[in-house]
Design a protein around this ligand. Sequence first.
Ligand code: LFR
Length: 482
Amino acid sequence: RTPGVFAAVDIGASSGRVMLGRVSGEGVELETVHRFPNGVVERDGGLRWDFDALYAEVLEGLRAAATVAAVQGERIASIGIDTWAVDYGLVDDAGKLVAQPFSYRDDRSRTAVAHVHGTLDPARLYQTTGLQFLQFNTIYQLATEQDLDGLHALLIPDLIAFLLTGVRGTEATNASTTGLFDAVAGEWATEFFTALGLRKDLFPPLIQPGEAYGDLLPDVAAAVGLPAETTVVAVGSHDTASAVAAVPAGNEAFAYISSGTWSLVGLELKHPVLTEASREANFTNERGVDGTIRYLRNVGGLWLLSECQRAWAGEGFQPELSALLAAAAALPADGPQINADDPGFIAPDNMPGRIRAAVRRAGADLGDDPAAITRCIMDSLAAGYARTITAAERLADRPVEVVHVVGGGSQNALLCQLTANATGKPVIAGPVEATALGNVLVQARAAGAATGGLPHLREIVAAGTTLRRYEPLVSVHEGYVP
Ligand code: LFR
């Protein structure tokens, strides 16, 4: 039986791609058929996503996918979409997007926090939603909207699915990042909509990973060259949910770091942890595939470095990433550190200057040597990961034996080694494309081309991936191979 191939649309904060995934007993083979850049743009008085351009790239990617599949004589069984979380577009009754969606990096939402917390006590919000406090959670963004009459909110992957199929749904893993979702019931927290004067049907009904939104609209199908009966299937549409589903863990005693623009660091649990101690430590209980709980914190991520690289490029300095990391690895340990998850690093621009200022405030000094700044970022991230994993073990009462790093950061040998050193636990790095793999596997299961729960899907990932193991060392120099 040929189950066909699956198209995965995976859009991150700095780039997007459309991939074809072929699933077999030997793992998932991924083929990138289209890649495009992404980034926030300053537009209409705020930091936004150029959604129209992204959607055009999605169509371009599906067209490429259709062409590649046709050449191979394959049929694309379904399409799955994942992106970053939290952000949404507003469409009117005619289905028209009324503005380009705001980015979570725009700081308008910060000004709405006090208003929301004046109406809903943060402790009460946490007891129900279990969501970590981030100034950009959807609930704060919505509180800045002037007039939502006659409008429908669609999270970014749901917005793409809507344009492709005409069907409105809110995929549950992503809904859990809004601040308006009940972590225990797995339903919308309707009382919070009411308290904030939001319509209860502002978002469409929930849809679970593995369920279908619907088939492609006839004109979309014709435009991309796919059969009109191609189904758009909901996956873990929050990219982190898809990535965690593809962590190649063999048993329960693991922590994961989904490492990209952000580092999402935590555990997979069956039940949320909604204690006051958990709230104080700002751990989140986001929903994973198959109703699991992603118990994690957002620790700063490679955004810190990519923003520095952007700044350095502006000054004409553009080293290869590998050269920068090698120079950073050659520097001594115990250099200055920053708190990588300080909200002061959320907005773009002048990252090297902001990092230097943070180090200065902490009473140390960091010159403007890019290698030293890079080393500071790596040390700070590793320290943040170690703190977070230790806290998660304690708060969830779950010992961790091994740390899995997936996503782009799994290729960063310096960061992986420093993470092993800081946590004192072995680090298993890979796969790089965990998000796309999780996306494809949930589609494959919905189509009957894979069976079983997450442990089984993880075996398929492990079968098809070369993993690299890092043992904790006293320093990065001892036995360290970059
Ligand atoms: C990672 C991610 C995080 C979320 C952040 C903003 O790409 O989805 O999980 O906190 O982006 O949406």
